[in-house]
Write a protein of this length. Structure first.
Length: 353
């Protein structure tokens, strides 16, 4: 049997698995998917879990059952690319592979800021989002919440908490001169106005110097804070950063045109761990996953794979609570109810796929 191991059941890993199973996987190939959780989860909705507006069961999906697939649930301890084996906590024997797909996603990047790792909540894993939900939900009236980072995740967390808990004091710390620096100015202005109208304090040109259990120090001014949520940057999973592969300036693995590691062509990388001209997103990981599956299907069926085409993303969508949103649709900036409905539609399709 030829062994294919997929590390991570996120957007990229699950797309690869499903397409392999639907696309004519040879009978002598066995797939093992390794993930810390016994389900696929929709990470784009973790902000709602942290805000307490969604139960985690709403964003969990079962992995597909197939006679050529088995699952290992646990924390990966080491990836041995020379020995072609994966060490998983709790297993006495390593998981061996002939082909490997790495889709372990990202984790928070604290940029060396003292106290950030110890005293902030996160939306990077479903477990951390649950923990944040308890912290926010347990706050008494007029409690103080600070969100560090005004990218897409920070905006969605701040707006969802505001809508969920109108009694709380919500503050958003933005390092730049405007929120959502990657978006059109129309969207930036719309979101800024939403925050002003809904009494969310936005601090621009923020420079968080350190974080304490009950406070944040920004530009020399320290303020008391009950819960701090970190959304100020990500980096590839630490296991990926430790691998002896060439990496770009963001510690993502440099790949060839077929998503292979040049020095180890039986190793493929998808999603947040793969070097790309595009910013990390579920949409990007999904498209990369489809292309990797095509390459693997060709090779596993003893055919020469076609070079993947250039990825073209369809745009990005964000929410401002349950009935408002923003995004780029058909290369045009759109705000209001329409992009919020579109995001709900994308979620519906993902869950039913």
């Amino acid at each position: 049997m030829r062994r294919l191991v997929i590390l991570g059941g996120g957007y990229g890993g699950i797309k690869i698995l499903n397409k392999l199973l639907d696309g004519g996987l040879p009978g002598d190939v066995h797939i093992t998917l390794i993930d810390r959780n016994p389900y696929h989860s929709l990470k784009t909705e973790f902000y709602a879990i942290a805000a307490g507006t969604k139960a985690d069961r709403e964003v969990r999906m079962e992995f597909p059952e197939h006679e050529q697939v088995d699952y290992v649930y646990g924390e990966i301890e080491k990836i041995d690319v020379d020995g072609k084996r994966i060490f998983v906590q709790g297993l006495t024997e390593a998981v061996l592979y002939h082909y490997l797909v790495i889709g372990l996603g990202c984790e928070d990047n604290y940029h060396g800021i003292e106290g950030a790792a110890e005293f902030t909540e996160s939306v990077q894993t479903i477990s951390r989002a649950r923990h944040g939900s308890v912290a926010v939900g347990d706050l008494k009236a007029y409690g103080k919440v600070a969100i560090v980072g005004a990218g897409l995740s920070g905006i969605e967390v701040a707006s969802e908490i505001r809508e969920s808990r109108p009694d709380l004091n919500v503050r958003l710390l933005d390092r730049g001169e405007t929120v959502l620096s990657a978006f059109n100015s129309k969207i930036q202005n719309y979101v800024e106005e939403w925050f002003a109208k809904n009494d969310v304090e936005v601090i621009h040109k923020a420079n968080v110097e350190y974080v304490e259990k009950d406070g944040v120090c920004n530009n020399g001014v320290c303020f008391v804070n009950d819960v701090t949520i970190w959304t100020a940057g990500v980096q590839p999973n630490y296991l990926v950063r430790e691998l002896p592969f060439a990496k770009d300036g963001q510690n993502k693995i440099v790949l060839n045109d077929y998503y292979q590691v040049p020095s180890h062509p039986t190793v493929y990388v998808v999603g947040d761990c793969a070097s790309s001209v595009h910013s990390p997103s579920a949409q990007l990981a999904g498209q990369q996953g489809e292309q990797i599956a095509d390459v693997l299907l060709a090779l596993l069926n003893d055919n020469a794979p076609e070079q993947p085409k250039e990825i073209k993303l369809k745009g990005a969508l964000g929410s401002l609570g349950k009935s408002d949103g923003f995004g780029n649709m058909l290369q045009q900036p759109v705000t209001g109810l329409l992009p919020r409905l579109a995001k709900s539609g994308v979620l519906w399709l993902n869950k039913r796929h």
